[in-house]
Every structure is written in structure tokens, then in C-alpha cells.
Design a protein around this ligand. Structure first.
Ligand code: PEP
Length: 268
């Protein structure tokens, strides 16, 4: 039996009515009490509406970003407590678009990881190399620098409360997914990184998601790969039928027994 987390990153898409329609369709397919968790991450302004639809279903709701300070003079920012109060369980942080367009550093992302964990929510930490970095043979140096920086100061026992999404930048939104060999190699490296950091038992509890042009067409091949515990999905998460196919693929691969996930703190 495997556990999966299937997360949709809706990015800056969906008006409130589109968000409601998508949430209604997806929430009907979120498996009941199974070992597949389904998550939708709408834009901030649609989170509350989606959380109301998700209530009483097995759809979880998350945000795409947050600020680490509790409150105050941070114009344009949204706090973790605000997100928690409207029904968020997860927060995506360090997405490559935030790193590239909004100049987010590992140091800033680290502050967000620590604040999210302190609030009892689950951070989904995105990491990944650019094409130039891959071509220069620097993929694992980049991943190590990102992980070391973003997880600095996080206690070993808290590491499994962080979901890690490996998202090669060159595969995001391009329609060109990483090959199975590339995903397999990166996820094996990630698992080993965490074995070294916190031991075999704890490392196995960490959800390692793959993201980058994951779709209904390649979900079976990708989700079957060892050490892939789910996906962070952009484009295909906006089309209910495609996202539901990915959910159903995970349910099939998980060999869903109807058992509740082993832990509710974010880990498997
Ligand atoms: C993403 O936004 O995290 C992502 C992986 O997008 P896409 O699935 O469209 O490549």
C-alpha cells in the first residue's frame, strides 16, 4: 500500500464562480478515508469559497504563498493565521515562479517554513533546478543548497511535517515532463538526503511530490515511480476531468484500503 498527496496549484487562475465549479467537481472525487489526500490551492481571494465547498468532503484546501510575520505593516501580504482561519491546511512555498518573478530567497522561504510549522499547518516546499543548472550537471548541488537553506533550524522530528515538491523549473508549464529516469533519480536522491538528515524511519514518512507537466496522460507512469508520493499539478489541475483522472490513478496505484492516513500532521 502506498500513500499519495495529489495537490492542485491553481496559480493566478479562476474567478470565484470558476473556483466554486472546479471545487465542486473535484470534491466529489476526493476519496473517502483513503490513503490518497486531495488538495486544491486556489488564489487567496477564492480560498474561503472553496473551503466552504470542501467542508464535509475529503477535499483539503491550501494557499499558494504566505508571509511569515504574524501581522502588521506588510502591505499586500497575507498571514498564516489568516489562512488558517479560512480553512487552509497546507501552504505552498518557494514555488519557482515566486523565486524567479518575486525574487524569493532560500532565507525568506526558510522563515516561512518555520512559521507555517509553528502554526500547525503543512508547508509544501518547492525546489528544483533550471535547465541551465541541469545541463551544467549541478542539479543535486542546487537541490542540496535549496533544502539546506529552506530547512535550516527545523528540528529533525518536524522534518516529516514538511511536504517536499521536486519541480524541475524547465518542466513547469512547458508540457515537457521530466522522464521517468530523471524523476526516479531525483526522488531517490531526495530520499537519501533525508535518510542522511533524519534516519531511514523518519525519511520514509516524508511526502516527496513531483511537479512539472504532470497530467492525466503521464500520471500512471510518474506516480508508479519509487519515492514519488504524489504530485503538485498546475495546468492539469484546472481541468476537472484531468485532475480527477490523476486522483483516480493515485487511488488505483495506492491499492486504497479505505484506511485513514497514518498521521494527520502532514507526514505519511
Ligand atoms: C506547478 O505550477 O507547480 C506546475 C507543476 O505546473 P504544471 O503542472 O502546469 O507544469
Amino acid at each position: 500500500m502506498r500513500n499519495y498527496l495529489i495537490a492542485g496549484n491553481w496559480k493566478m487562475n479562476t474567478t470565484i464562480s470558476e473556483a466554486r465549479d472546479l471545487a465542486k467537481a473535484v470534491s466529489k472525487s476526493a476519496p473517502h478515508n483513503g490513503n490518497v489526500i486531495v488538495l486544491g490551492c486556489p488564489p487567496f481571494v477564492n480560498i474561503q469559497a472553496v473551503a466552504e465547498i470542501a467542508k464535509g468532503t475529503h477535499l483539503k484546501v491550501g494557499a499558494q504563498n504566505c508571509y511569515f510575520e504574524k501581522k502588521g505593516a506588510y502591505t499586500g501580504e497575507v498571514s498564516i493565521d489568516m489562512l488558517k482561519a479560512i480553512g487552509c491546511d497546507y501552504i505552498i512555498i518557494g514555488h519557482s515562479e515566486r523565486r524567479a518573478i518575486f525574487c524569493e530567497s532560500n532565507e525568506l522561504i526558510n522563515k516561512k517554513v518555520i512559521a507555517i510549522l509553528a502554526s500547525g499547518l503543512t508547508p509544501i516546499l518547492c525546489i528544483g533546478e533550471t535547465l541551465d543548472e541541469r545541463n551544467a550537471g549541478k542539479t543535486f548541488d542546487v537541490l542540496k543548497t535549496q533544502l539546506d537553506g529552506c530547512l535550516a533550524g527545523v528540528a529533525v522530528e518536524d522534518i516529516p511535517k514538511v511536504v517536499v515538491a521536486y519541480e524541475p523549473v524547465w518542466a513547469i508549464g512547458t508540457g515537457v515532463s521530466a522522464t521517468s529516469n530523471e524523476v526516479s533519480e531525483a526522488h531517490a536522491w531526495l530520499r537519501n538526503y533525508f535518510v542522511d538528515k533524519c534516519g531511514d524511519f523518519t525519511a520514509k514518512k516524508i511526502y516527496l511530490l513531483y511537479g512539472g507537466s504532470l497530467s492525466d496522460a503521464n500520471a500512471k507512469e510518474t506516480l508508479a515511480i519509487d519515492n514519488v508520493d504524489g504530485g503538485l499539478i498546475g495546468g492539469a489541475a484546472l481541468v476537472a476531468e484531468k485532475f480527477i483522472t490523476i486522483i483516480n490513478t493515485a487511488v488505483e496505484l495506492a491499492g486504497d484500503t479505505g484506511a485513514a492516513p497514518s498521521c494527520c500532521c502532514g507526514c505519511k
